[in-house]
Design a protein around this ligand. Structure first.
Ligand SMILES: [Fe+2]
Length: 439
């Protein structure tokens, strides 16, 4: 496939969203090589705990081994191919047993036992041959409990891959008085009827809220005026925010980095209420008031860790993006507890997730609707190219310590940045993208 045909400096061909052939190549060249988020180590606190998810279209199992190590292997019995663990989380008492013929495996994936072993005499079967054990994924790495894997032996080092957005993961955890976070509650799941890249583009797209979310912020304002005498409690405040005037959005900062990553500065502040004060006291008691102020001064909206996840550092929410097919995308929404913080703070995180991103949210439904409309429109013969022109050529190198590029809040910088990485991966490169000035 001629990848260069699909992408220009500030436009992409509609085939990147609608072609089955492109999707299948993405599964191979992007999801088959990039560092993909698998899960958080708090999901598997004890040896034998496991979490089953997917990397691209590959079903994988993340489990904690006897020596507390984290193992990730393909979810495929080497005998007949059955999956050895169902999707979701679970616990096994020291071994995995295939549901089909009861082959058993240690927590590190090594084959332990096979029924009717005598029958394998004088065959090429060998209990110790790795091809009869569960196959491990090529590379596993973790940072502050967030576990990623790459299906490729070679490629970018995890440290290099993460560098641009490492500060977001630090802030995510530094906000906890204990310095660690844990997954809390279950997981929201939303299947979007659109290509996975449409969701990624939206995460730092500040040009859309005023239009897309008009129905929800108007409803919030109407409810406030007619029922609450003009008061805006936290739940309504975060819906109302999407109706901020254009200048508010363009005054935000967008930061973009190699490998398609980016983040935008915050659009919501936590309310200054007794709970926030209690939380600040719990953090300051551990790290000191000055440090606590510095930590909370880092206030970001969505961070993008391309191509698999998006943490929201200020409200401890983590979204995972799993492509299902060219026009179906699963988004999973996890909420985290700040270890050592007041319990009520977790309630605020749940409130944020419920109001903004859960399947019952009136905000998320606005987005999911327009993503599906894009997918439908892109499938027509109404035009071949998709514009990414807004503020193109105006992105500047950022002089701060993080480096990368900076753009005005309403720039399409993050989208162009994702497609530079996309092009690099699809051309069988490592995904590290060069700056637009150099390209
Ligand atoms: Fe939105």
């Amino acid at each position: 496939m001629d990848i260069d045909r699909l992408i220009k400096k500030d436009e992409v061909h509609r085939d990147v969203y609608v072609s089955e052939e492109v999707f299948s190549l993405e599964m191979d060249r992007i999801f088959g090589s990039a560092w993909i988020y698998v899960g958080h180590d708090s999901q598997i606190p004890n040896p034998g705990d496991y979490w089953t998810t997917r990397i691209g279209l590959q079903s994988v199992v993340m489990t904690r081994g006897k020596r507390d190590e984290i193992n990730i292997f393909y979810n495929r019995c080497p005998h007949k191919g059955a999956r050895i663990a169902e999707e979701g989380c679970g616990h096994t008492n020291g071994l995995f047993r295939c549901p089909y013929h009861a082959w058993t495996f240690n927590l590190d994936g090594k084959l332990r036992g096979v029924p009717y072993l005598d029958g394998y005499q004088d065959t090429s079967f060998d209990l110790t041959d790795p091809r009869f054990s569960l196959r491990k994924v090529a590379r596993v790495a973790a940072y502050r409990g967030f576990v990623f894997a790459s299906l490729a032996e070679d490629g970018a080092e995890f440290e290099d891959f993460l560098a641009g957005v490492k500060s977001s993961l630090d802030n995510f955890c530094d906000r906890a008085p204990e310095g660690t976070v844990s997954v809390a509650g279950g997981v929201f799941r939303v299947v979007q009827r659109s290509n996975w890249k449409i969701f990624f583009e939206n995460l730092n797209d500040t040009g859309h809220p005023i239009a897309t979310h008009e129905s929800s912020y108007r409803a919030a304002r109407q409810y406030s005026e007619e029922v609450l005498d003009g008061e805006l409690p936290f739940e309504l405040h975060i819906i109302d925010g999407n109706g901020a005037p254009p200048k508010f959005w363009s005054d935000l900062d967008l930061h973009a980095f190699d490998y398609g990553h980016s983040y935008m500065t915050a659009i919501f502040n936590a309310p200054d209420d007794p709970l926030s004060q209690q939380y600040f006291a719990s953090l300051a008691a551990k790290v000191g008031e000055d440090r606590a102020e510095d930590i909370l001064a880092v206030n970001r909206h969505n961070t993008i860790i391309y191509p698999s996840c998006s943490p929201h550092t200020s409200f401890q929410q983590w979204r995972v993006i799993r492509p299902l097919s060219v026009d179906r995308t699963l988004v999973e929404i996890f909420t985290f507890r700040l270890d050592g913080a007041p319990d009520e703070l977790l309630q605020r995180t749940f409130t944020y997730s419920n109001v903004v991103n859960s399947p019952s949210s009136i905000v998320m439904t606005d987005d999911v609707h327009v993503y599906a409309e894009c997918q439908k429109g892109l499938s027509t013969q109404g035009g071949d190219w998709v514009s990414q022109h807004r503020n193109a050529g105006q992105d500047q190198p950022y002089s701060g310590s993080e480096g990368g590029l900076i753009g005005v809040g309403t720039s399409e910088l993050p989208i162009r940045n994702q497609f530079r990485a996309w092009h690099e991966y699809m051309s069988e490169g490592s995904g590290q993208s060069v700056s637009p000035e150099a390209s």
